[in-house]
Design a protein around this ligand. Structure first.
Ligand code: PXP
Length: 257
C-alpha cells in the first residue's frame, strides 16, 4: 500500500469565544487558544463569524489573521456583509455555511443545488481574490456535483448526522450515514474537489474517518474545547492528532475503514 496522503487538523476556536462571551470580558481569549493549538500541532485555525456574533467577533477574526502563523479558515454565510469582511480579512480559506439564527449550531449542509444562482457570485468573488472556497455540504451526490459545477475547489462534508448516530448508538443510521460519506468522498475526489470533513467529530469518529484516503482536512471544535477543560488544549490537540494518525495507519496497512 502506498503512503497515505497527508491529513490536516483545523482547530475551531468558536467555543473558546462562547465561554468568553458568557461573562462579556476578554478571557478566555480565542486567539491565545489558536496559538496554543498551533504550538501543539494544529495545521490551521477555523472560526465562524456568525451574523448574530454569538461567539467569534469581528475583532477576533482580524486578530486571528494578524497573529497566527498557520492558515485561517473563515466560516461564514454567503451574505454581502460577510463577503466584505472576508475580502478585507484575506484568510487562506472561506468555508460557506448555511446559517439560521435560531439554530444551536450549523445543523445541515448548504443547499448548493437549490441556491446555485445565489451562491455563484460569492464563490466567483472569493476565487478571484485568491481565497480558497470550501462549501459545507451533505455527502449527497447532487450537492457534490453542483459544488464542482460552481467551481469551488473544496467541499467540507457535514459529518454531524453520522457522529450523532454513532454517539447515540443508532447503528443502522450510523451505517447508512457512513456509507454516504464514503461514497460522497470518492465522488467528490473524482469530480476534482479537495475533500474536507467536520462537525461533531470526537477521537473515535475522527480516527474512523481518517482512514478515508480522500479526506485531506478535518475541522474540529466543540469536542476538543470540552476535552480541553479536563486535560488542557495542547494535550487535546496531541491526542486528536494521534487518533487521526491511527486512522491513517489503518489505510497504509490496508485495513478497511
Ligand atoms: N466545520 C464546519 C463547517 C462547521 O460549521 C463546524 C461548526 O462550527 C465545524 C466544522 C466544527 O464542528 P464541531 O464544533 O462540532 O467540531
Amino acid at each position: 500500500m502506498s503512503k497515505a496522503p497527508p491529513l490536516r487538523l483545523g482547530v475551531n476556536v468558536d467555543h473558546i469565544a462562547t465561554l468568553r462571551n458568557a461573562r462579556g470580558g476578554a478571557r478566555p481569549d480565542p486567539v491565545r487558544a489558536a496559538l496554543a493549538a498551533i504550538e501543539a500541532g494544529a495545521d490551521g485555525i477555523t472560526a465562524h463569524l456568525r451574523e448574530d456574533r454569538r461567539h467569534i467577533r469581528d475583532t477576533d477574526m482580524a486578530r486571528l489573521k494578524a497573529e497566527i502563523s498557520k492558515p485561517l479558515n473563515f466560516e461564514m454565510a454567503a451574505t454581502d456583509d460577510m463577503l466584505r469582511i472576508s475580502l478585507a480579512t484575506r484568510p487562506h480559506a472561506v468555508c460557506l455555511v448555511p446559517e439560521r439564527r435560531q439554530e444551536l449550531t450549523t445543523e445541515g449542509g448548504l443547499d448548493v443545488v437549490g441556491q446555485h444562482n445565489a451562491l455563484a457570485p460569492y464563490i466567483a468573488r472569493l476565487n478571484d481574490a485568491g481565497i480558497r472556497v470550501s462549501l459545507f455540504i451533505a455527502a449527497d451526490p447532487r450537492q457534490i456535483e453542483m459544488a464542482a459545477k460552481l467551481k469551488a475547489p473544496v467541499i467540507e462534508i457535514h459529518t454531524g448526522g453520522w457522529c450523532d448516530a454513532v454517539v447515540d448508538g443508532h447503528k443502522d443510521k450510523a451505517e447508512a450515514e457512513w456509507t454516504r460519506i464514503v461514497e460522497g468522498a470518492k465522488l467528490a475526489q473524482a469530480a476534482g474537489l479537495e475533500v474536507h470533513a467536520g462537525h461533531g467529530l470526537d477521537y473515535d469518529t475522527a480516527e474512523t474517518i481518517s482512514a478515508l484516503p480522500e479526506i485531506r482536512e478535518l475541522n474540529i471544535g466543540y469536542f476538543m474545547v470540552g476535552e480541553a477543560l479536563f486535560v488542557g488544549l495542547p494535550a487535546t490537540v496531541r491526542d486528536m492528532r494521534a487518533a487521526m494518525e491511527r486512522g491513517r495507519k489503518r489505510l497504509e496497512g490496508g485495513t478497511p475503514a
